[in-house]
Design a protein around this ligand. Structure first.
Ligand SMILES: Cc1cc2nc3c(=O)[nH]c(=O)nc-3n(C[C@H](O)[C@H](O)[C@H](O)COP(=O)(O)OP(=O)(O)OC[C@H]3O[C@@H](n4cnc5c(N)ncnc54)[C@H](O)[C@@H]3O)c2cc1C
Length: 388
């Protein structure tokens, strides 16, 4: 299998009209410029705060490119079209920056509703949630730092555990798998501990729960090694979703602010090596670990393909999934699917204002010089040239 499998732009953009492609080109031309992204982010947040009517511009541009719609119905056509191309969907109803217990209960209710509405749809094998949609960020931070909780906080934490348990149990009973997103370093220890508890409880017969491992952190391989050693004889399977990590700049700022050593690899090259080393570690322990590789990096996806070959596994091995975000890495998703691999795209949906933090993360990630965003432009240009 050569690297060229990701170069087939006809397959990659089959679902996109010429107008869609011109829009995408315009969008990527803007968001690859860090300076412009920074100014536009400020203008957008200001406008939303003061009810200046800019939602329609967002909807026609960045929102439409990266999101499925404001509700489930609006996503249906996209889900069906992707499936026709062999690509599965993971619906992500976005709720961020919640603060009260009622908010967290509502977030859980919404996630459960989505599972109920989609559990019989075999185009949607996974559900996903962001841990801090089920509890206060500061509470996760306290638990991660081993700070003793007062009685009220103990109750709150108990509620967080119950919400984790409820959603994972519900996913299992609905025959769905569930991905637990990774967040900032200062809250991740408590998330890891809860995710482990969920894996112990729900991954006994098959892998239901996947925890996310951020490989821009230099300590994650030793974390996985320690789990594999500690639970050598345990009767549950690990599910790991491997990502590089989305909070690079924030992590560096937090480390300086709080006076600890940055948990992030010193360079992109080190992150890349860490990522590929982790893939090797997982494949060495394949009988005990199921993998979801979440990346737009062609090299990393190719490393997994090579491992599948090396270990004589089927392309559609049920324990190996590839994942990209809707609106990114189409050349990877659709070409993997064409070659028989399991692929799913995360399809965020919800009101425009709820999705702003997500969209800002996408814009900032694409404006980073060390990302793959220029690759998107090259591919879109190539497809437009092919069609003209
Ligand atoms: C399906 C899916 C699910 C995801 N879920 C999560 C999640 O739960 N939590 C989360 O944090 N992220 C998540 N992400 C985002 C992910 O962590 C990356 O930010 C994003 O995918 C870009 O990395 P890449 O592997 O695609 O490719 P690349 O473009 O090759 O890598 C870019 C990444 O490399 C790292 N990097 C860049 N510069 C440096 C540097 N100077 N030093 C060290 N490292 C550097 C950063 O992590 C950066 O995001 C998800 C991504 C996908 C596709």
């Amino acid at each position: 299998m050569s690297k060229n499998i990701f170069n087939d732009t006809e397959i990659a953009y089959k679902l996109k009209s010429k107008i869609n492609l011109y829009n995408a080109k315009f969008l990527f031309l803007i968001i690859t410029k860090k300076f412009i992204v920074s100014i536009l982010t400020k203008i957008t947040l200001f406008s939303l705060k003061f009810n200046i009517p800019i939602k329609w511009i967002l909807r026609r541009t960045i929102y439409n490119h990266f999101c499925g719609g404001t509700n489930l119905d609006e996503c249906t056509k996209i889900i069906n079209n992707m499936r026709k191309m062999g690509v599965f969907s993971i619906l992500d109803f976005s709720v961020e920056a919640l603060e009260s217990e009622d908010d967290f209960d509502l977030a859980l209710k919404k996630k459960i509703e989505i599972i109920n509405l989609t559990k019989d749809n075999d185009s949607i094998p996974f559900s996903v949630f962001k841990p801090t949609s089920f509890g206060r960020y500061d509470l996760f931070k306290k638990v991660s730092s081993n700070i003793i909780l007062n009685n009220h906080e103990k109750d709150e934490w108990m509620n967080v555990r119950k919400r984790f348990s409820k959603i994972c149990r519900h996913a299992k009973e609905s025959n769905m798998k569930i991905l637990i997103d990774a967040e900032e370093y200062e809250v991740q220890k408590s998330i890891d501990d809860l995710a482990l508890e969920m894996m112990k409880n729900f991954n006994t017969k098959s892998t239901v729960v996947y925890n996310t491992i951020q490989l821009y952190r230099f300590d994650r391989i030793s974390y996985i090694e320690s789990l594999l050693t500690k639970f050598k004889k345990a009767r549950f399977k690990f599910g790991f979703k491997l990502v590089r990590g989305a909070y690079l700049e924030k992590e560096r700022e937090l480390a300086i602010l709080n006076g600890y050593k940055s948990p992030i690899c010193a360079s992109k090259k080190e992150t890349d090596k860490n990522f590929n080393d982790c893939i090797s570690l997982v494949f060495k322990n394949k009988t005990r670990v199921d993998l979801f590789i979440a990346s737009h990096n062609e090299e990393s996806n190719l490393v997994v393909i090579e491992k599948i070959k090396k270990y004589s596994l089927n392309n559609d091995d049920s324990g190996i999934w590839f994942g990209q975000l809707y609106g990114m890495g189409d050349n990877i998703s659709y070409n993997l699917a064409k070659n028989g691999f399991n692929v799913a795209k995360i399809l965020p949906f919800g009101p425009v204002e709820n999705l702003m933090p997500y969209l800002i993360r996408r814009a900032q990630e694409n404006s980073s010089l060390e990302g793959q965003s220029n690759r998107e432009l090259v591919l879109i240009n190539r497809e437009l040239f092919r069609r003209n």
